[in-house]
Design a binder for this molecule. Sequence first.
Ligand code: ATP
Length: 355
Amino acid sequence: MVDIRVEGIGHSYSNDSDWALRPFHFTFKSGVKYALLGPSGCGKTTLLNILSGLLSPSTGKIFIGDADVTHKNCRHRNIAQVFQFPVVYESMTVKQNLIFPIRRTFRKLARDRQRVDEVIKVLELEPFLNLQSKSLSGFQKQLVSLGRALVRSDVNGILLDEPLTMVDPQRKQDVRRKIVASQEKFPQTMILVTHDQKEAMSFADEVIVLNQGVVLQSGSPHEIYNSPQDPFVAQFVGSPGMNILNGDIEQGNKVLLSDSKDIWSLSNSKAGSDCYLGIRPHHIKLGHHPDGFTIRNRVDDVELGSHGKAIRIASHGIQLLVPYDEPINQGDSIDVTLPFEKITIFSKKVQYSNL
Ligand code: ATP
């Protein structure tokens, strides 16, 4: 098993000033699960297609181990791909589909037959083995597609391009669990493309966040959530994401929030004079507390979410989460406090992609 390394890889579909993917360096370490996370149009598929060899990059090089494969086509990269739509031979049984990828290369090796049996076990495909593939449901077909990638012991990585898109919501978790279980059994490099931050965070060892063709940050789910390096990452990850307060006039250690008349004194000198303030919704406290900034304002919206009530204070662009039984309604006037120690400070000197 070898690393996949990109050096200055970038792509423009038209001309060099209009990057679908801005040049960047990265090493996908062997046996690690990655998620490429970002909104529609951020460049995830472009990067995946460059890695698989379906797309030739405008600039940069790709190495698999020490071999420069930049100009090699898909067949010479030995990378398996699972797409949004399952790819199975409908006229074959499930078992025939699973054996097919290894028959051409390793016909005589008992070891690979054994691997097929293990794949069947980990994906729990035994009950369907002798069924014609065309009779399977969409999620079963997607498991077979995944199985077809996993049976090949020689691949350098498996690319998963939004493989859960066509799977029913009730089945998604089951398929995700099986993908993770299969990676534990066969520790191959996996690169999952998704715009669903929950999916990325629950699947990956390392998440790579993109926006507008820029790789903004990579790190463990814990790092991405707790130490975002960019306001976009902070807002995109979390349900709901981090609140970003746009302070645009500074006087010494005072920050005037642009969307209100509040002037806050920042005791934390590292803030300097140019900053954005970020805070997670569940860190905002109800009521006045001396250890933070207090805002008194009108509740514009109350929404029941999976983790409690989401309260929106539009005048400050703030959302907070409170327990379901908190008696707060739209139109109420409430005090909320943003504790100093929970505030993330983003310097305005950094050029953030979305600001
Ligand atoms: P999605 O989640 O919607 O698939 P994505 O993050 O995978 O989006 P890409 O498909 O890589 O994003 O697209 C990145 C940018 O490149 C977008 O602005 C898109 O419109 C543009 N783009 C993608 N494919 C082509 C193409 N074949 N020709 C021209 N522009 C393209």
